[in-house]
Design a protein around this ligand. Structure first.
Ligand SMILES: C[S@@+](CC[C@H](N)C(=O)[O-])C[C@H]1O[C@@H](n2cnc3c(N)ncnc32)[C@H](O)[C@@H]1O
Length: 439
């Protein structure tokens, strides 16, 4: 406990001096669907269980909530959930509470100034725990995960991330350099930041450390300088070690948050052309091992950002492409909640007037490829704005909008209409714009 306390005493002053993120109280995360989508707890639940949940009666913890900016996003994206914010920095907790009050957030919310390691002392359990940009600051991240697990409901989900040791290797070298020359001791001070800025300004531009780690923003932006060169307690990890850590905490990996951006296959021109021994090796690996390979080849992600939960809580389902025909008619189709916006409604109305492609990524960027939808499907998407619909209903609706084959002018047979809608829905589901819930 004493050792942890000294670690907390190293971390806390930095965030008391400058609660993170350093956003003015009045600033609202707005209704940016892309930002809100990352905080919608229904999305990882669907990824694991293929079921669509509502935020009614859900309890959400923001573990290490900082100045509360992301708590606002959690509140908006999960409008009926109860929120709890926890942080070791009293100034951050105060600011987070003031922020939610200032914006008259309707969700019930509670705050506690306490370390994540002490979560088991709270009288709550949670459906979803958001631990964003925090775990890498803990003295023992496995102990932090274990504490979160102890307050996680059986089918709850944790979103947690660690800094990538490979992607941030240059910053870790710089942090070692600053420690050697007497910085990074005690709390950060304006003098310390001035020392760093002056040292970097004297450094030759061709020096690798400067080329790779120095950004013009660091000249004036204290928060960014502190979060990179001078971050106390910052540790990086590889995907292999993060996986081991999750297992040590008795948790099970579910998925990366931005899993579409972790596709190992896409790193090769043609995976079929790999030497057979390499291909066989890769094929025999678990998903987590393959993610580590991705990271070794292409360490582009600052954060190893993932979902995990209690083991054995997932619900298997065959891939949508393999579903038997009889499963489709009663399958319920849910629009991604962050696509259900006034802007998208207006876009659909306009697209019904002007035939052509409706660019869905203009309304919500799920981290895949841009996707355009033929305006003949607008009426199907439109009805989803009012709530989930069965596939059979969408087929009927599409047939009403498009009764005739445009070439032969013959009625479109129902089998063809079904196939058209199935293909359309499979594409949207793969891209993350809808969720399909089987009966
Ligand atoms: C980089 S900030 C992230 C804040 C917020 N999660 C966000 O992403 O906007 C890290 C936060 O974690 C808090 N923190 C660090 N160690 C902690 C611990 N052991 N228990 C609770 N909070 C901690 C810090 O006080 C700080 O507010």
């Amino acid at each position: 406990m004493t050792e942890s306390s000294s670690h907390w005493n190293k971390i806390r002053p930095q965030f008391d001096a400058l609660p993170y993120p350093n956003q003015p109280l009045e600033k609202h995360p707005g209704q940016d669907p892309n930002y809100l989508a990352k905080h919608n707890s229904a999305i990882p639940y669907y990824l694991r269980n293929h079921q669509v949940t509502d935020s009614q009666d859900k309890w959400i913890l923001d573990a290490g909530c900082g100045s509360g900016f992301k708590l606002m996003a959690l509140a908006i994206a999960n409008p009926r959930a109860t929120l709890v914010g926890v942080d070791i920095s009293p100034k951050s907790v105060n600011m987070a509470q003031q922020r939610l009050e200032y914006h008259k957030i309707k969700n019930p919310f509670y705050f506690h100034c306490l370390p994540i390691e002490a979560l088991p002392t709270l009288p709550y359990t949670f459906d979803y725990i958001n631990c964003d940009d925090v775990l890498y600051l803990l003295e023992d991240p496995a102990a932090g995960l274990t504490a979160m697990k102890s307050v996680l409901k059986v089918d709850g989900i944790i979103r947690a991330n660690m800094h990538s040791a490979l992607q941030r290797a240059d910053y870790y070298r710089m942090q070692k350099f600053w420690a050697k020359v007497g910085c990074l001791e005690g709390s950060s001070t304006p003098e310390e930041m001035a020392v760093v800025r002056q040292t970097m300004s004297v450094l030759e531009d061709w020096v690798l450390a400067k080329k790779r780690t120095w950004k013009s923003a660091f000249e004036t932006d204290d928060e960014r300088l502190l979060a990179n060169h001078l971050l106390r307690g910052d540790t990086g990890i590889t995907m292999a070690d993060f996986s081991a850590l999750i297992q040590r905490a008795g948790l099970e990996f579910i998925s990366m948050l931005n899993w579409r951006q972790w596709n190992l296959e896409e790193l090769f021109k043609n995976i079929e052309d790999l030497p057979i021994a390499v291909a066989l090796n890769i094929a025999s690996m678990t998903l987590e091992e393959q993610l580590y390979l991705f990271e070794l080849l292409n360490p582009i992600h600052r954060l190893l950002d993932l979902y995990c939960g209690h083991p054995g809580q997932g619900r298997d389902r065959p891939p949508v492409e393999d579903w038997p025909d009889e499963l489709w008619p009663n399958t319920m189709v849910h629009l991604h909640p962050q696509l259900n916006t006034a802007g998208f409604r207006a876009g659909l109305e306009a697209s019904a007037e002007n035939l052509g492609l409706l660019p869905l990524d203009q309304y919500l960027k799920v981290d895949g490829q841009p996707i355009g939808v033929d305006s003949s499907f607008s009426s199907c998407l439109y009805i989803l704005l009012s709530g989930p619909q069965s596939v059979a209903t969408l087929v009927q609706r599409w047939q009403q909008a498009r009764p005739l084959d445009l070439i032969t002018l013959q009625p479109i047979p129902v089998e063809r209409a079904f196939q058209t809608i199935q293909d359309f829905l499979m594409g949207l589901e793969a891209a993350g714009y809808i969720m399909l819930e089987t009966p």
